[in-house]
Design a protein. Structure first.
Length: 536
């Protein structure tokens, strides 16, 4: 067996005997229909998209509720098309890793085509012009939405896109705005842009980035005010909010070996030049949640029939605040930075570490005190599942190193909401675990572990800036009265924490003293953790 259309047709019996569920629809007809009437374009064709979103589309196609598949655009990393999508005919082998060690195996054929705008520049235009197009979705991570710095100055690649205009767009954001422009020119049909990333109010963030670029193109004369009115008209172009949740680790070499031992060839994961970890299969947990604001001016697939919660704006905001700002992602970041420092390679192993386990339970409680029940998914049930089933799942090969990627982009949403919640009640002095995790992140940036051995830091767009700012502070060498002005400058930077933390004297003093403690030398994190959690 090999993951391609020929094999799943010719060796269907073998696949089924191996326990793999195959697509229950005509793949050629799906591709044909997608060419004639595309409905769904997606930017960011990585693992969570292929498995979670691809799985939703697969279910709807199998039920006869969607006739077109998804057109997946690799605006950022086209190497994945060449190395994974093409050899596998865009199929995905989904490996759901259950708590009891068994696997749920499925092949999805819902990605009807893969688009590399670099080699096929007209394709985005064609897709945009199709009246049938209903939605453009995105899984491009938090940093994918960054178009400018705090002062409004465009980042390098975006600056180049501003000069190049719609026909020369190279970044994902500019390609999305270019699609809106082509759609406007072709009759201004409505469309919906759905961000599926863990950003705060992700739809608003996407809209702000789209408008930023569109305005710059208007200044340059590439687009006119009528186009601006189209993008700003909520009945024409909608940007609903969403909350997405499914832990999708990087593809694991051991799982590749197990699949190959079952007779499925060529499963090895690869890492692209742009650091995408990808394989013909995707390994993920089984729990999953997707909540989307129901605002689709050109219609939408019946997503609710594939388990998606379609709801109002307030409910999405509440579930996002609960998941990203309290019950899951802050815990993940705590396990990421502490786990890297303590030499862990697996999240589930960390949940067997008495102190780390206590830390994430306590962090969850700290956030929960200012988190409301959004009504759709109850925080108490949700966090219980996270702590008792999802994080400790020993069969899920998730790593602190994966989650430690881009921490600077994640900190504001993961901790900012709780800090602001405590601030609104005048209670920031009570915060204990969030300051500790922030201090641990800053300690992590020293690039040596808790045994003072060199440690590789995960990629982060602000890594160089942060490491440089903190370079004078070395673990084991920080004197008790050292001036922490460089640390204070980071704490005061609203880009990192969603507010100036030096405004809260007790909170920032706690971060400073935790940091000093963590910088004391060998084993400082371990003993600080014991101390912190002693009375809990
Ligand atoms: C993780 C998320 O990478 C990270 O920072 O916390 O990818 C996490 O696995 C998902 O949000 C789970 O839904």
């Amino acid at each position: 067996m090999e993951l391609n259309v020929k094999s799943i047709v010719a060796e269907a019996e073998q696949w089924k005997d191996a326990g793999v569920e195959l697509p229950a629809y005509d793949i050629a007809a799906l591709k044909e229909h997608t060419k004639e009437a595309p409905e769904w374009v997606h930017f960011g064709p990585g693992n969570i998209f292929r498995d979670f979103i691809g799985g939703i589309a697969d279910k709807l196609i199998a039920k006869g509720k969607m006739k077109s598949g998804i057109s997946a655009v690799a605006g950022y990393d086209a190497e994945i098309i060449e190395k994974i999508y093409e050899p596998c005919d865009n199929l995905t082998l989904s490996v759901g890793l259950k708590w009891d060690g068994t696997k749920e195996l499925r092949v999805f054929a819902s990605i009807a085509e893969a688009v590399d705008p670099g080699t096929d520049p007209d394709k985005l235009k064609k897709l945009a012009e199709a009246e049938s197009l209903k939605l453009i979705s995105f899984t491009i991570t938090e940093k994918g939405y960054v178009v400018a710095d705090e002062a409004g100055k465009p980042t390098g690649p975006v600056a180049a896109d501003i000069e190049a205009g719609p026909d020369g767009a190279a970044t994902t954001m500019a390609q999305a705005v270019a699609m809106l422009y082509y759609r406007f020119k072709a009759g201004a049909a409505p469309v919906t842009l759905v961000s599926l990333d863990n950003c705060s109010n992700n739809g608003d963030r996407l809209k702000a980035s789209v408008l930023y670029l569109a305005e710059k193109w208007q200044e340059k004369g590439f687009v006119d005010s009528a186009f601006m009115a189209y993008v700003r008209d909520g009945k024409k172009v909608a940007f609903p909010l969403s909350m997405i949740d499914r832990i999708t680790p990087r593809p694991d070499a051991k799982i590749a070996e197990e699949l190959e031992a079952m007779g499925i060839k060529n499963m090895s994961p690869i890492v692209t030049k742009k650091q995408t970890w990808i394989a013909p299969f995707v390994n993920a947990e089984l729990p999953r949640y997707l909540v989307i604001e129901d605002n689709f001016p050109n219609g939408r697939p019946p997503l609710e029939e594939a388990g998606v919660y379609m709801t109002d704006r307030e409910s999405v905001m509440g579930t996002e605040r609960m998941k990203v700002g309290c019950c899951l992602n802050p815990l993940h970041t705590a396990l990421a930075v502490c786990g890297c420092l303590l030499g862990y390679k697996k999240i589930s192993d960390e949940m067997n570490d008495e102190e780390l386990k206590k830390l994430v339970y306590a962090l969850g409680d700290e956030g929960m005190a200012v988190t409301e029940d959004p009504g759709i998914i109850h925080p108490a049930d949700f966090v219980r599942e996270v702590l008792k089933e999802r994080l400790p799942n020993p069969f899920l090969p998730d790593t602190p190193q994966r989650i430690a990627c881009d921490t600077s982009q994640k900190v504001p949403i993961r901790f900012g909401g709780t800090i602001n919640g405590y601030a609104a009640l005048g209670r920031t002095a009570e915060l204990k675990y969030i300051p500790f995790v922030i201090a641990a992140w800053l300690r992590y940036l020293a690039g040596v572990d808790d045994e003072l051995n060199p440690m590789e830091l995960s990629p982060d767009p602000r890594l160089d800036v942060l490491c440089k700012a903190l370079e004078a502070y070395r673990p084991g060498e920080l004197s008790a009265d050292a001036d922490l002005a460089a640390l204070d400058a980071i704490l005061a930077d609203e880009e990192y924490f969603a507010s100036d933390l030096t405004k809260y004297p007790e909170l920032s003093e706690k971060i400073r003293s935790d940091y000093r403690r963590l910088m004391q030398g060998k084993g400082a994190l371990r003993s600080a953790l014991k101390e912190l959690l002693k009375e809990d």
